[in-house]
Design a protein around this ligand. Structure first.
Ligand code: ATP
Length: 278
């Protein structure tokens, strides 16, 4: 792939391109979101929020083909959701809508805050694309920089900011590097010379510096050896404590211990909540 195209593909995973879809006017409380909170903690002690997808359909512009058919689901904050299903069923298409890379043809994607009683306690909010980080399948194919530091900070503002702003960026960088366990690696290292597992850590760090609320990963274990796969699973277990994670994967057994909620995507873009078939 030409370098310029690689840079473009990489950059679309790093920043928002399109304005968010309108927030629904009439909103029904999501009981399923509350139920999941109850199973994760016997006593609900504070407000919480859920990422919610309501009646989302998608038809690529200029076509008559519906790739997603009235998709509905909720994912509470700091939980781990997994979508599985046959190749070509529409999983990646759904992730792209959540990341704001395409707009739903109809339906809405938003964040809803709930009170202790399980009822919404404020109006639904847009899910702005800058609050979503997406790691594509084989993210290392889209690395563009000559060293780790430039790869992580690609797309950051280059103009002279004040000291406070620079300190803020430096803290974000340090936190992301620590979270993914890249602190033992020189920031001067060429990203292409890293091992498979470290390349995935770097791809995660690129998203985490943006401090997303929702982290989306498309086949995070694909193409890795057994040790790197185990490392990535361990890392996702840690990240789940810090933010909400939504994964598309065929590697159900390896991810099973992390999963709070799972859905099968059926051909034609029909999503159904279903336990993992393992
Ligand atoms: N812009 C488009 N126009 C027409 N069809 C499309 C477009 N984008 C994707 N498709 C088709 O939509 C279907 C769903 O694709 P998608 O990549 O979302 O599936 P998937 O479930 O993620 O598959 P995989 O597991 O192989 O990644 C496929 O048949 C694909 O060819």
């Amino acid at each position: 792939m030409a370098t310029s195209l690689m840079a473009f593909k990489s950059s679309i995973g790093r920043r928002a391109l399109e304005p968010p879809a309108p927030v629904p006017i009439a909103h029904k409380p999501s009981r399923s979101c509350l139920n999941l909170r109850r199973t994760r903690s016997s006593r609900i002690t504070c407000d919480y929020s859920c990422f919610e997808v309501r009646d989302v359909t998608y038809r690529p512009p200029g076509t008559q083909i519906s790739l997603l058919s009235a998709v509905n689901f909720s994912l509470p904050e700091k939980s781990f959701g997994l979508i599985f299903g046959r190749s070509g069923s529409g999983k990646t298409t759904l992730l792209q809508l959540l990341a704001g890379l395409s707009k739903p043809t109809s339906g809405s994607i938003y964040i809803q805050r709930y009170g202790n009683d399980g009822n919404p306690n404020q109006s639904p909010e847009f899910l702005p694309p800058e609050r979503v980080g997406i790691v594509f399948q084989f993210p290392e194919r889209y690395f563009v920089a000559d060293n780790v530091l430039e790869e992580v900070t690609f797309g950051w503002p280059r103009q002279r900011g004040d000291l406070q702003f620079k300190e803020h960026l430096a803290l974000r960088l340090q936190r992301a590097i620590n979270w993914v366990g890249l602190n033992g690696i020189s920031l001067d290292k060429d990203p292409h010379t890293l091992s498979g597992g470290y390349k995935r850590r770097l791809a995660l760090a690129i998203q985490l510096v943006q401090t997303p609320d929702l982290l989306i990963l498309d086949e995070p274990l694909a193409g890795l050896d057994w040790k790197a796969r185990a490392d990535v699973v361990k890392l996702l277990k840690f990240l789940k404590k810090e933010l909400t994670v939504l994964v598309v994967s065929h590697d159900l057994k390896e991810l099973a211990t992390l999963v709070d909620r799972s859905w099968r995507m059926e051909m034609g873009g029909v999503l159904r909540e279903e336990p993992l078939p393992i």
